[in-house]
Each structure stands twice: as C-alpha cells, then as structure tokens.
Design a protein around this ligand. Structure first.
Ligand code: XBP
Ligand code: MG
Length: 263
C-alpha cells in the first residue's frame, strides 16, 4: 500500500527532546557524584553535542579544558566509569516520566504499527537509555513495537558516519529505498544520507534548530497532531496538518518516483 516498508527513527531529539533536561542533567549528576567540579551549562552542552556519544563527549571536554587526570588512572576506564554512572542517572530520570515523547511521535508509531509498517531505531545513545525511554513513555509495550534497535557502541563509528543506519538496514533486511528515516540533527542527517536514506524527515529539536540539514527533503518543527499542526521549515506537507503515513508516502514517492530507478 505504501511505497516504503519501514520507518527508522533516531532517538535523542527525535523520539523525545532528551538532551538539555535529560542527558545534560545526568552527566552533571555523575560528575558531582564523582567529586568533580565539572558543570555542563545549557550553552556549553550545546557546543559539546557536536561530538556524538557520551563517552566521546566527556573525552572532548577533558581535552578542551586541558584537564590533567591522575596519571595512575587509565583515561578510557575513568571516562567509561563516569559514563556508566551517567547512564544510571539518566535511566532514573526517565523512570520518573520526566521526558515525554515528542508531539506526534506516539500517533505516528501507532499508525505505522496498525498498518504493518515495520519499525526500527538507529541511534548513538546507549541501549539502556532507549529501552528506558520506551518503557516509561506512557505507551504500553512500545519497546516491543520496534523490530530492530541499533544503538550505541555496536558499530565502529558513531554518527555522522553511516554505520548505525547501515546496521539497522542490514538487520531489517531492506534496501535504503524501502525505508524512511526520521532524524533531528545535522550529524544524524549526514549519517542517514551516508547510508543512502534519501527519504528523510527532520524534526528540529531544542539544540538542532537552524542547523544545516543538507538535502533532507522535509524539515518540520515537530511531527504535529491534528490539533497542533506541524510547521514545514523546508519542503512541504502537501496540505496535511501533521506527518502521517500518507504524508510520508508522498515524500517517499517524490524521492523515489514509482517506476524510477531506486538507486
Ligand atoms: C545523540 C547522542 C547521544 C546522547 C548521549 O544520539 O549523541 O550520545 O547525547 O547518549 P542520537 P550516551 O540522536 O543518535 O540518539 O551518553 O548514552 O552516549
Ligand atoms: Mg538525535
């Protein structure tokens, strides 16, 4: 019925706006717990987000600040320990229901599930974070709706490299042209496009508003709800008030015209 068979979702910023009030807060809690006086403010964290992956982000901060660690410590093990504590704080925060799914996400996922469209995730974040976000989303059984969850350190290179989207495609057993990807960041867009996922929707999030999303054919402020219309920043929704499967199908057909070469 639709020109695509699966939707591949990014997590942070796409399913939920997790960075400022979720990950950032959890990093700071882990630093304080370890007796460090490191505090990542809202703006500083925004700059650090150029580095994908929490461990990589801590390493970058240490480098930028010229912090000299105790020579008796193995820097990778030290950062891994801090990051493990951060994951604990982040999951505990999600358990309180502090970070809801973004507007329109549950609606679109429900529609896809009912229509038999397959669901997958391709994210940089730690698998435990994905699981907790989905479990405490308020949508019972949501985690099980996703056939593929490609997350974290399972690939050699994080976004903007295409590796995690390529892994999701491999696990789905589909070609890029059979899928639509949903992202929120410039790094995520580069990763998806690098994997050949040209039918791509961007929903800008707190830290990604105004970024350069390259050739992404549709950029929205959110997925929207019937009573809370989505606003198109690039491309158009063809008169629809929110992004549903019909709108995704129009987008997909505009990228891969039926009968055309699907790359
Ligand atoms: C966004 C990220 C993640 C999170 C933190 O990933 O870069 O690293 O900021 O997660 P995406 P971890 O948008 O691909 O979901 O601390 O678990 O790495
Ligand atoms: Mg993201």
């Amino acid at each position: 019925m639709y020109g695509f068979q699966a939707l591949i979702f990014d997590v942070d910023g796409t399913l939920a706006d997790t960075e400022r009030d979720g990950h950032r807060v959890a990093f700071n809690a882990a630093f304080a717990e370890a007796g460090l006086d490191w505090v990542w403010g809202v703006e500083r964290y925004g700059r650090l987000l150029a580095v994908t992956g929490g461990k990589e982000r801590i390493h970058r901060f240490i480098e930028e600040e010229g912090i000299v660690l105790d020579p008796a410590l193995d820097p990778d093990a030290f950062v891994a320990g801090l990051h493990k504590a951060k994951t604990g704080h982040y999951v505990a925060l999600l358990e309180t229901g502090a970070i809801p799914l973004r507007c329109g996400v549950a609606r679109l996922l429900r529609e896809a599930r009912e229509a038999g469209v397959r669901l997958a995730i391709a994210t940089t974040t730690t698998p435990e974070n994905v699981s907790a976000l989905l479990r405490f989303s308020g949508e019972p059984g949501l985690e099980d709706w996703f056939e593929v969850i490609a997350a974290g350190d399972v690939v050699p290179r994080k976004k903007p490299a295409p590796d995690i989207f390529l892994l999701a495609l491999e696990q789905l057993g589909l070609e890029a042209a059979d899928c639509v990807a949903l992202e929120d960041s410039d790094n995520g867009v580069r990763s998806a496009l690098g994997a050949g996922l040209e039918a791509l929707v961007v929903t800008e999030s707190t830290y990604t508003r105004g970024q350069d999303f390259g050739s992404a054919p549709l950029v929205l402020d959110c997925l929207g709800e019937p009573d809370r219309p989505a606003r198109a920043i690039a491309g158009d929704l063809g008169g629809a008030s929110c992004l549903d499967l019909a709108a995704l199908d129009r987008l997909h057909r505009s990228v891969y015209p039926p009968g055309g070469n699907r790359g």
